[in-house]
Design a protein around this ligand. Structure first.
Ligand code: CA
Ligand code: CA
Length: 195
């Protein structure tokens, strides 16, 4: 059994190495999968949630005091003149709106500084506006009393080297949601590349 486990670990490791080799030229600088409940001090928030057996950073909601509104990732010791590319899985939980009075948004900014990315279009589609009839959702997750549909989308952005100050870069991830109990977000598989 131990041997089998070892073999599986070695295979998983080789797969990881292959995956990083596939992005050669963009060295992997940091990676966060939040699989350990103890979250890296690089993140300003420590709250995690389990979605389909997988631990993610979140949930977040800017209108509900039970959840943090945003999180800041602090990257240090970035080599000189390096641009920073961040790739991650964005979890949209619930009925995020792309338009209308209840429209939501999601942004990444340098705290008190430049906006790096702003999203106003989301994959959360409901048939007849019915929470129980999501379209193309990844799955369902229980939040509070209710099962809510969620959608996972890969996102990425690159920050110019001029925004890195003394080897440090702070990135604030923030959702601006209208729903206090119906809309949430989470992050997973955050990978930071320097190029
Ligand atoms: Ca995870
Ligand atoms: Ca909304």
């Amino acid at each position: 059994m131990n041997k089998l486990l070892k073999l599986i670990s070695v295979t998983a490791l080789s797969l990881l190495i292959c995956a990083s080799a596939a992005t050669a030229g963009e060295p992997l600088f940091k990676t966060y999968d939040f699989s350990n409940k103890k979250i890296s001090s690089d993140w300003s928030t420590k709250k995690t949630y389990i979605i389909a057996g997988n631990r993610v950073l979140g949930l977040f909601n800017n209108r509900n005091k039970r959840y943090p509104a945003q999180t800041v990732l602090t990257l240090q010791n970035i080599p000189k003149n390096s641009a920073v590319t961040v790739k991650f899985d964005m979890f949209y939980v619930g009925s995020w709106d792309s338009e209308g009075k209840l429209a939501d948004s999601f942004s990444v900014t340098i705290p008190e500084g430049a906006e790096i990315m702003k999203l106003t279009k989301f994959p959360c589609i409901l048939e007849n506006d019915d929470d129980e009839k999501p379209v193309n959702n990844t799955g369902f997750v229980k939040v509070g009393e209710r099962d809510r549909a969620y959608w996972v989308a890969p996102l990425s952005f690159t920050v110019d080297h001029s925004m890195v100050l003394n080897g440090e870069l702070k990135l604030e991830f923030k959702g601006s949601l209208t729903g206090r109990k119906t809309e949430f977000w989470a992050l997973d598989n955050v990978k930071v590349f320097i190029n």
